[in-house]
Structures are given as structure tokens and as C-alpha cells.
Design a protein around this ligand. Structure first.
Ligand code: PRX
Length: 635
């Protein structure tokens, strides 16, 4: 029996049991069967969640790009690896074969080397969804440089914070980007960021929108001429299994963003294994994930997972509503997409529009539909199932995190019966547990609790860049010997998991993880603001939206409140990006605080959600009178 393609529920349970009985053997078999190694490992796993230290396939040597590109050349050289669909539907799609990808990545690797990038150096990539984004990620991996992709919707401040946190030597960007009918001045954002980034020596600039931009002498270089002169063969750097492959930042509930570090072998094996099983990928399928490579979903399920399987992966530069709300379905029809993977927020936005946008297109090629990033509500699940999958394509509701590197809980299509809003069962090798408030494992079903994982899997992040103590504290200190996910979940009578949401101060808005603390810090930068507290409230399309309670320094602030609201959102846009803007801002004279000075967010959350019938115990508040004032003025 191969571990690779799970065909029915019985086989799933069989493989699952085997995988948890002896995880080392299980993953060793996967590693042996499906990848190429320059040297075999000495030890499959060593781990200690108290330090925490986790190592998979120690002693093994490999290069991930040999697994994602070189080994496919003989049998799949002419097969499309990346199918690029540009922002404008009028522009032609680009089919990049495995052979072409090989040459493009090799050339790019040589440019990086010529520019002085060596194994272990950090390279920041701030690009729109164009082929150079995937190529530059792979080029870094080929020479052993650690890529740190920053989503190109982040502001210059957010970009500089991330560049400085990991002392990147180079940034790769473009003159600008297309977003529907608009263009964005990416290079301008980078220029602003680089005023505060002393570690950057070079910025490579891809020409995308042909705009007039400033090029700083000695620092900024157009990529094209460098590529023209570069050799198209570049020997891959031979990496240790545990050498870092990339850093990817995610929000925490407090403090600056956390640079999650993923290492080479474990990440490769897990992203490849889960890609093949969760999407039931077959050789001639056309797979499309609509995420941005700036997020973990794009890393694992646009680039590494699909390419490690020799798949064709669609990469879309545009947005779902340009030129109209039928764009996704037009692309599905045009390329005969077989697996389609998107976020609930996109589904909800499309479900609000006329059904004609769907009905105009032939979606019969679809076999599997995916959902990721936030809980999918029942209504959206049914709309997706009825109108896109026509009730014949199973929906895989995949639960995972930047930190987990790959999908953890998900149905296996055609094997696991789906259930709306349930991510269902753990994938092989994954051992989830639910804990009560005291950290005691709840064994029975039909309960809810805090979701933890009790045994390591190959693609668990190994540390937070430059701050191992924060890694320990965030994920391994809440409960002994457990990886704590920060999520709550419930388990039904057959053992299916339903993720109920974050139990910390992270709010997921349109599938994006946002920590409240950095947004509050930005709001507090406004000269008129004394203090602020931000909570989430349910939103039809975004899942959650942000509600800010703001205390002004002078109660009788003369400016009109609407102007202040705009200014506050402008500051947030500058510090973080437009994704973190507040939907509602309520000015208040105080915030409910405990005697120790902590803001009681629970109360603020309930008020913002219009759920004030039972505010719970307010007797420990220092200023209970403020609660009534806030309730009276709720927006
Ligand atoms: O709360 C969970 C939610 O997204 C968080 C992870 O966010 P991020 O690191 O940005 O990664 C997103 C893409 C993997 C989780 O802690 N989440 C993710 N997928 C689901 C989900 N919540 C419910 N259902 C999901 N399928």
C-alpha cells in the first residue's frame, strides 16, 4: 500500500493509525519513495517541546529546487509548471514549462550570486503575483539564500520592519503592480521603506507596468539586463535538512510580527504529501490556488507543494471582480481548472453577486474545491457546493497556519464525507487534542476546547527568527508538552473537528491574520488619540471586521469626528496596510479596565457584536460606569 494516494475512508483510517503508531516510520517511507536526496538522513526525528527543539531527517542533504524542478525535466520538461494568468483578461496567459522554469530559476540564481548573495543570506521579496515572484523564491532556494516574502499589500513601514527584523541584504521588487483597473507604485513604497533599512545593499527591480520610477545609483538595478547576461545553469547549493528555507512573518497578539522559520526537508515532504492527498492531484490536472504567494498558502500550495509533484499550478495576478465578478469562473473555464482553492471571504463576496456571473461559464472541469484561512460559514459552504461544485466536487475545508507549514485538518476528497463548516479529520501524522481551561486533555467527543497538537510533524516552524524564547513562550508554554495553535475547536460525535476561531487577540479579517496590538499602536500615534482598544465583530463578507474604541486626549476635540476617523485609518494604512483599516470607530471617554489596569476586551467585544444581554461579571472593573456610556453610543 502506498502512503501517497488515499482512496477511501477505510484506507484513511488505516494509514492514519499507522502514522500515529509510528510517525518516524511513516514519514521515512514518504521521504524514501518520493524525493531525491544527495545524502540520506542519519535520524528521522528528534524532538523536545520543552526547549523547544524539533529536527526532522537530520544529516540528510538535498536541494528543494532539484525536487521541484530538475527531476521533472526528463519526463515533464514540456509540461506547464506555472500557468500565469495576468491581471487583464485581454492579455495572453503564459505557460511556463518545467524546462523554461529551470532556465529562468537558474539564471535568476546566477544573478543573485553575482550580486553577492550567499547561502544563509536573507532576501526580501516584495512583488506582485507575477512569474518573477515564484522564480525568485525558487532562485533563493537554489542557492541556499533564505527568502522572506512580504505581501505586496503591506505598507512601507510594515515592509521596513520585516526587512530589519531579519537583516535582509537584498530586496526584489517591481516598478509597480496592477490591481484590477488600478496600478500601485510598489517601487515608491520600497524607496520609502529603504530609508530605514541599513542592511539592504541592492534592490533588483522587475519591469511590470513600465512606469517612470526613481532608481538609486549603486543600489537599484533593473533585473532584465542582469538576467540577459546570466548563465542558464546554476549548480544547486547542497543544503542540510534543517537549514532554513524561508522566513514568513505572521501577526502575533502582541509585539512585532513573528518571523516564522521553516526548514528544508521537513517542509518539502509535508507540503508535497499534503498537496497530493488533499487535492487528490493527478498527472494532467490543472490546479489553481487563488492565494497570494505573500502568504503561507501561496508558498506551500502555489509553489512548493505543486511543483514537488510535477503539477501545473495556476498563478493569477488579478482580483476576483475585474473586469467583473465572473473573472474566477472565466479562468476556470479557459484553463479547464480541476482543483480550485480559495478563501471564504472571496466566496462570500462572489455569492453576493448575480448568479449569472457563474452561469455564464462552463465549470465542468472542476473536481475538488478548497477553502482556507478562516472558518467557512454554512451559507457560503452551500453556495460554493451548489453553484461552483454542482454538488459533485467535494469541498476540502483545510485548517492550518503559517506556523504549521502545511494543511493539518482536512477532508480527503472522495474518502472523507464532508460536513459543512467542519474541517473534519486530521491528516496522517497529525495528532490534534482538545484541552480544557486547565490544560487537561478532553478525550470524549461532542466537546469544545483549545486546539493543540501533541506530536511534531515535518513542517512545523522551528523557531521565530532571532527570538527563540518568543517561539517557546507563544506556542509551547500555555500547555505542557503541547503545540498550542491559538484556536478553539469543537469535536463532533464522530471525531470531526470544527474550528471555532482564535482564542487570543488575533482577528482574522478577510482571511488575513491581524494582531490587535500593532493596530492599536498605530492608532495611538495620532496626536489627538490618548488610548485605543480594537476588537473584532462579525462581517458578512470579511468574516470579521475591526471595531475601534478610541479615547481622545481632549474630550471636546474640535475637529469633526469623521475627519478624525479618516485620519486614524490613514495612519493604519501607513503603518500596516489597508487590510487593517477599522470599519467602525467609536469615540469614548474611557475603556473598561480591571483594577490592575487591563482592558476588559471581552466586554468590548460583546458590545461591538451587539451581544449585550449577558456581559458577564463586571464587578472587578475599576470604572463600571463607562460600560453604559459605551453601550449607549455603540455604532
Ligand atoms: O484561526 C485559524 C485560521 O487562520 C489561522 C492561521 O492564519 P495564517 O497563519 O494566516 O494561515 C492562513 C492560511 C493557512 C488559524 O489559526 N484558519 C485557517 N484555516 C482555517 C482557519 N479557521 C477555520 N477554518 C479553516 N479552514
Amino acid at each position: 500500500m502506498s502512503n501517497y494516494h488515499i482512496k477511501n475512508l477505510e484506507e484513511y483510517y488505516q494509514i492514519y493509525r499507522k502514522s500515529v503508531r509510528n510517525p518516524e516510520n511513516f514519514w521515512e517511507e514518504v521521504a524514501e519513495e518520493h524525493f531525491i536526496w544527495r545524502k540520506r538522513w542519519d535520524k528521522v526525528l528528534s524532538w523536545d517541546f520543552t526547549k523547544p527543539e524539533i529536527k526532522w531527517f537530520e544529516g540528510a542533504k538535498l536541494n528543494i529546487t532539484e525536487n521541484c524542478i530538475d527531476r521533472h525535466l526528463r519526463i515533464r520538461g514540456d509540461k506547464t509548471a506555472i500557468l500565469f494568468e495576468p491581471n487583464s483578461h485581454k492579455d495572453k496567459a503564459e505557460h511556463i514549462t518545467y524546462m523554461q522554469l529551470y532556465h529562468r530559476v537558474n539564471k535568476f540564481s546566477n544573478v543573485l550570486k553575482d550580486e553577492g548573495i550567499k547561502k544563509g543570506d536573507r532576501v526580501c521579496i516584495y512583488l506582485p503575483m507575477i512569474p518573477e515572484l515564484a522564480v525568485s523564491v525558487l532562485a533563493c532556494a537554489r542557492i541556499g539564500a533564505i527568502h522572506s516574502v512580504v505581501f505586496a499589500g503591506f505598507s512601507s513601514t510594515a515592509l521596513s520592519t520585516r526587512i530589519n527584523d531579519s537583516d535582509c541584504k537584498m530586496v526584489i521588487t517591481s516598478d509597480g503592480s496592477y490591481r484590477g483597473s488600478k496600478t500601485i507604485d510598489l517601487k515608491g513604497i520600497v524607496d520609502e521603506a529603504l530609508e530605514r533599512c541599513p542592511s539592504i545593499e541592492t534592490s533588483l527591480v522587475v519591469k511590470r507596468i513600465n512606469s517612470e520610477i526613481f532608481m538609486k545609483e549603486g543600489r537599484d538595478k533593473w533585473l532584465e539586463p542582469l538576467l540577459e547576461n546570466a548563465d542558464s545553469e546554476c549548480e544547486p547549493e547542497i543544503m542540510d535538512a534543517e537549514d532554513p528555507l524561508f522566513i514568513l512573518y505572521t501577526s502575533g497578539s502582541t509585539g512585532k510580527p513573528k518571523g516564522m522559520v521553516h526548514t528544508t526537508a521537513g517542509y518539502m515532504i509535508y507540503s508535497a504529501y499534503t498537496f497530493k492527498n488533499v487535492f487528490q492531484y493527478r498527472e494532467n490536472d490543472i490546479y489553481w490556488c487563488t492565494a497570494d504567494i505573500g502568504w503561507i498558502t501561496g508558498h506551500s500550495y502555489i509553489v512548493y507543494g505543486p511543483l514537488a509533484n510535477g503539477a501545473t499550478s495556476v498563478m493569477f495576478e488579478g482580483v476576483p471582480n475585474y473586469p467583473d465578478f465572473g473573472r474566477f469562473w472565466e479562468i476556470v473555464e479557459k484553463h479547464k481548472v480541476t482543483q480550485f482553492y480559495t478563501a471564504p471571504t472571496a466566496i462570500r463576496a462572489l455569492a453576493k453577486e448575480k448568479l449569472e456571473f457563474v452561469e455564464n461559464y462552463d465549470l465542468s472541469s472542476l473536481k475538488v474545491l478548497g477553502s482556507v484561512g478562516e472558518p467557512i460559514n454554512e451559507e457560503a459552504w452551500h453556495w460554493y457546493n451548489d453553484n461552483i461544485g454542482k454538488k459533485k466536487s467535494p469541498i476540502v475545508d483545510t485548517w492550518w497556519q503559517t506556523e504549521t507549514g502545511g494543511i493539518m485538518i482536512s477532508p480527503i476528497p472522495f474518502a472523507t464525507p464532508t460536513k459543512p463548516t467542519y474541517a473534519t479529520l486530521p491528516l496522517p501524522g497529525i495528532q490534534p487534542v482538545l484541552l480544557d481551561e486547565n490544560g487537561v486533555e478532553i478525550k470524549e467527543n461532542q466537546v469544545d476546547g483549545r486546539l493543540c497538537i501533541k506530536f511534531p510533524w515535518p513542517s512545523i516552524a522551528r523557531t521565530i527568527w532571532g527570538n527563540h524564547e518568543r517561539y517557546r513562550e507563544t506556542y509551547f508554554s500555555a500547555y505542557e508538552n503541547q503545540y498550542f495553535t491559538g484556536d478553539g475547536a469543537l469535536r463532533d460525535e464522530v471525531g470531526y473537528y470544527r474550528i471555532t476561531g482564535r482564542v487570543d487577540d488575533v482577528i482574522i479579517v478577510s482571511g488575513h491574520n491581524l494582531g490587535t496590538a500593532p493596530i492599536e499602536d498605530a492608532v495611538n500615534e495620532h496626536p489627538a488619540v490618548a488610548e485605543s482598544a480594537i476588537v473584532g465583530f462579525p462581517h458578512d463578507i470579511k468574516g470579521n471586521a475591526l471595531y475601534g474604541y478610541v479615547i481622545l486626549k481632549e474630550a471636546g476635540e474640535s475637529r469633526v469626528h469623521d475627519n478624525l476617523r479618516k485620519e486614524i485609518n490613514q495612519i493604519i494604512t501607513e503603518h500596516i496596510g489597508p487590510i487593517a483599516k477599522l470599519d467602525k470607530i467609536q469615540f469614548t471617554s474611557g475603556l473598561p479596565k480591571t483594577r490592575s489596569g487591563k482592558i476588559m476586551r471581552r466586554i468590548l467585544r460583546k458590545i461591538a457584536c451587539n451581544d449585550t444581554s449577558n456581559l458577564g461579571d463586571t464587578s472587578t472593573l475599576l470604572n463600571p460606569e463607562v460600560v453604559q456610556e459605551i453601550m449607549d453610543n455603540v455604532l
